[in-house]
Design a binder for this molecule. Structure first.
Ligand SMILES: Cc1ncc(COP(=O)(O)O)c(C=O)c1O
Length: 372
């Protein structure tokens, strides 16, 4: 059996989530906006899921807007805050996912002043630089991720919030990788807007959410019906929403158990990696997700190593899945000051609840064969 060690790219749908979704594929097919009983049955499914997802992060259900995933939620946050507004500054972390980075860069083309937030060599916010940046003039929005998809580095977004607010801006937090892996509180994160995606926590793909405080002046990207308080027109994807709700409920219920499981696998992996002199583990000293390890093996290109490991039955990622195949070094590692050659050698292992200690053992054996 091949071992899937790429859970930050996506996760398998939990069979219990499939069971929760099936009735909504076979049964209530009404439009949640319809007033009749078919519509009401569908609406019940949507609203139950809204409460389940909101509970995962202690938010109010009415703060949640369904989107097609993390990418749309990030675009809605950044562009929805800027479109039609007087221009100002947009700040984003230099290690953000392309769904934030490219959304911000598109605002630059529209005339917004867009600046990156510098990171230290550990992938953490460079606080003196960020403090000075916030003090340099009004900010419209700053976007920082709760946890990085490549390195797993966890940011202190709560510390960033007062700096952004003092500059008159809103703080957007991309919590796509943190949700289901770390205890998450909308209030404590300091975020005014927060992104979630279902397929990173054993839910279906193509569904996510933006959690937004009532006072945020957000404009829709999609104009249409009055769904989602007019902030996201379009008939809701009922089975996927129900699946996301079920996945969120399970993630909260099983958080401690899942964390302990992947943490043990990560410790086993990293103990083995430390014995290989050719391995360099990135962000080793920073607080990181309990399931994520990114490293380079001297003398190897990440993608070549990935294909060799795949042939041996181990599915990992080189950099972020979105950049795979591009041959470009990871922008995350470059932002941390890693040289291009080393960055090109990056491999990411991200564990999930189905992985085993034997898989880690097998992986280390194969890897040590490549490292000698
Ligand atoms: C940090 C982060 N943000 C956003 C996304 C995009 O989410 P989605 O695939 O749901 O569009 C991802 C997916 O890899 C991610 O890791």
């Amino acid at each position: 059996m091949p071992a899937y060690l790429d859970h930050n790219a996506t996760t398998p749908v939990d069979p219990r989530v499939v069971d929760a979704m099936l009735p909504y594929l076979k049964g209530p097919y009404g439009n949640p906006s319809s007033l009749h009983r078919f519509g009401r049955a569908a609406r019940d499914g949507v609203e139950r899921a809204r409460a389940q997802v909101a509970t995962l992060l202690g938010a109010q259900p009415q703060q949640l807007i369904w989107t097609s995933g993390g990418t749309e939620a990030n675009n809605l946050a950044l562009k929805g805050l800027c479109t039609g507004k007087p221009q100002g500054r947009v700040l984003y972390g230099a290690t953000e996912h392309p769904a934030v980075m490219e959304a911000a860069e598109s605002l630059k083309r529209d005339g917004w002043l867009v600046e990156k937030i510098a990171m230290t060599s550990d992938g953490l916010i460079d606080w003196p630089a960020f403090t000075a940046q916030c003090a340099a003039g009004p900010v419209r929005v700053a976007s920082l991720m709760a946890a990085n998809n490549e390195t797993g580095v966890i940011q202190d977004t709560a510390r960033a919030a007062p700096l952004v607010h003092a500059a008159g801006g809103w703080l957007h937090v991309d919590a796509t990788q943190a949700a289901g892996k770390l205890p998450l509180s909308f209030v404590e994160s300091g975020a005014d807007l927060l992104t979630l995606s279902s397929h990173k926590l054993y839910g279906p793909k193509g569904i996510g959410a933006l959690v937004v405080k009532a006072e945020v002046d957000l404009s829709p990207l999609l104009h249409g019906g009055a769904q989602e308080r007019g902030l996201r027109g379009g008939t809701e994807n009922l089975p996927a929403i129900v699946g996301f709700g079920a996945a969120a409920e399970l993630a909260l219920l099983e958080l401690d158990e899942r964390t302990a499981h992947v943490q043990a696998l990560q410790a086993q992996l990293e103990a083995g990696l430390r014995e290989m002199p050719a391995v360099r583990l990135f962000a080793a000293a920073a607080p990181r997700l309990p399931n994520t390890s990114q490293f380079a093996l001297a003398g190897w290109e990440g993608e070549a190593l990935l294909m060799h490991l795949d042939r041996k039955g181990f599915a990992v990622s080189s950099g972020s899945a979105c950049a795979s195949g591009s041959g470009e070094p990871s922008h995350v590692l470059l932002a941390m000051g890693v040289d291009e050659t080393t960055a090109k050698g990056a491999i990411r292992v991200s564990f999930g609840k189905g992985n085993t200690s034997d898989e880690v053992k097998g992986f280390l054996t194969v890897l040590s064969g490549f490292s000698s």
